[in-house]
Write a protein that binds this ligand. Structure first.
Ligand code: ADP
Ligand code: MG
Length: 225
């Protein structure tokens, strides 16, 4: 069945990722170990700078394990006929305060009153959260994120458009590869997980980006049958 297929796809991704996760966690752990040894030898009150670095390394371990768990955690995959607009508004409500904090405005643009797709709602929400967060992170001075939904014959387009830094053309091919990140605190898992989810829903993701202009994440999904 479709569900069993999604489950086995998921297991193979988890297998591929496990070695990478171990590797990614080993680096911050090594740094932490070094600092702890250093602190153990000191007789004076340690510089707060050390603790800042340790805190950052711990945050990184935390984020990597959280994102990996979101993928690996056995959750019942329940495909539902779902109004996509409802999911979008749940996510924009959820991210509202974070957006505000970064002077980012979230705008939803749609023509239809409802758009029905067959999906696992939590997974589609995860995709929306990942891509909108990337948009927020790409606009350090703030700006607008437009979430557009367009209905075609038997599929829909979901566009997440930001006015951020964009992606340099020599990096665009690496975007979505596990652990590829340009952020100090990034995990490089968000887009990869999002792409897998969309593929498992019979859809596709493409990214258009212009440096210093912005990025458009274009998601295609089949309409409810
Ligand atoms: P992370 O956000 O943890 O770095 P992602 O998989 O979400 O991991 O994204 C991978 C990389 O893709 C980011 O580090 C960034 O370089 C690039 N990227 C993704 N989305 C955007 C965007 N909207 N604008 C600019 N760069 C982006
Ligand atoms: Mg991200």
């Amino acid at each position: 069945t479709e569900e069993a297929l999604m489950q086995s796809e998921k297991l193979s991704v988890i297998g591929e990722l496990a070695a990478g996760v171990a590797h990614e966690i080993r680096n911050p752990v090594t740094v932490l170990k070094g600092f702890v040894q250093l602190l153990a030898q000191q007789r004076t009150i340690p510089d707060p700078y050390y603790f800042n670095i340790m805190q950052k390394e711990l945050d990184r371990i935390n984020q990597i394990t959280n994102e990996f768990m979101a993928l690996a955690k056995p959750q019942a995959v329940k495909i539902k006929n779902q109004n996509l607009l409802e999911l979008i508004f749940q996510v924009t409500d959820f991210l509202e305060s974070e957006a505000l904090l970064h002077k980012v405005e979230l705008l939803v643009e749609h023509e239809e009153a409802a758009i029905w797709i067959d999906c696992e709602p939590n997974q589609i929400k995860q995709v929306l959260i990942n891509t909108i967060k990337n948009g927020i992170e790409a606009m350090p001075e703030g700006g607008k994120i437009r979430i557009k939904v367009k209905k075609e014959q038997n599929f829909i387009y979901l566009l997440i458009e930001d006015e951020g830094t964009g992606i340099p053309s020599d990096l665009i091919e690496r975007i979505g590869q596990p652990f590829f990140t340009t952020k100090e605190q990034g995990t490089g898992l968000g887009l990869m997980v999002s792409m897998k989810i969309i593929e498992n829903h019979g859809g596709a993701v493409s990214i258009q980006s212009q440096e210093n202009k912005g990025t458009i994440v274009k998601i295609l999904l089949p309409l409810h049958k």
